[in-house]
Design a protein around this ligand. Structure first.
Ligand SMILES: CC(C)(COP(=O)(O)OP(=O)(O)OC[C@H]1O[C@@H](n2cnc3c(N)ncnc32)[C@H](O)[C@@H]1OP(=O)(O)O)[C@@H](O)C(=O)NCCC(=O)NCCS
Length: 191
């Protein structure tokens, strides 16, 4: 896709008032100084509803997560819109070298603009380019049956819905049914 960006101010981007084009979305490694930007989504109960973590109440534990988990992680990227950090995408190792698991989160101000779909497509291209020589053949995403936005996103990004894993995941006090999605190294990326 083409980068058709027109200049945006950081304030517009942070507020989510700028109309975003795919070319404005970039990925980069996290830095400790990103902690304040991360609080925008990490402290939001609506964002956290389907995520493993509880909303953060202060930056101190988030900084520890950034230092101890994010920075050493083999593939954990900041989602940037016109340079401002607005979310995160990760592709985590599993017990099998051929298979990794996708995760993503976006600050609420940026939902519904196609940002996550663009990010997931880009992440798939990048991880297979990096890791297919090491044996990566499948990226999977496990999505709560109630998380309709995430299911739609996975399908738009080219994932195949394989089925529902019943009572698969202990989530905030309840065993949840999860939809299993996969994208294989030889699946075509949608335009
Ligand atoms: C899931 C998430 C990353 C989607 O980000 P996004 O940038 O808004 O996604 P996109 O705009 O690329 O696509 C979302 C699609 O879901 C659709 N959608 C949104 N809410 C929906 C709902 N309640 N029911 C059905 N579809 C919905 C949108 O209309 C859009 O589809 P469309 O382009 O056909 O209209 C974002 O909502 C988020 O961060 N959620 C909280 C964290 C989370 O749940 N992470 C995933 C854990 S598996």
């Amino acid at each position: 896709m083409e980068a058709t960006a027109t200049p945006r101010t950081q304030e517009e981007v942070k507020a989510g008032t700028a109309k975003v084009t795919v070319g404005e979305v970039t990925l980069r490694k996290f830095e400790l100084s990103d902690v304040d930007a991360m609080m925008a989504w990490a402290s939001d109960p609506e964002v956290a509803a389907f995520c493993r973590w509880e909303p953060y109440e202060s930056t101190k534990p988030l900084l520890a997560f950034l230092r101890d988990t994010v920075l050493p992680h083999p593939w954990f990227r900041a989602i940037c819109v016109s340079g401002a950090v607005v979310g995160a995408v990760s592709v985590s190792p599993t017990s099998e070298r051929c298979r990794r698991e996708l995760g993503y989160v976006l600050a609420r101000a940026h939902w519904g603009k196609g940002v996550a779909t663009a990010v997931v497509r880009r992440a798939l291209r990048d991880v297979f380019a990096d890791l297919e020589p090491e044996g990566l053949r499948r990226v999977e995403a496990l999505v709560d049956v109630g998380n309709l936005a995430s299911q739609r996103l996975a399908e738009k990004a080219g994932f195949r819905r394989e089925g529902v894993l019943r009572r698969h995941y202990w989530h905030k006090g309840r065993a949840r049914d999860m939809v299993m999605y996969s994208f294989l190294s030889d699946d075509p990326l949608p335009e």
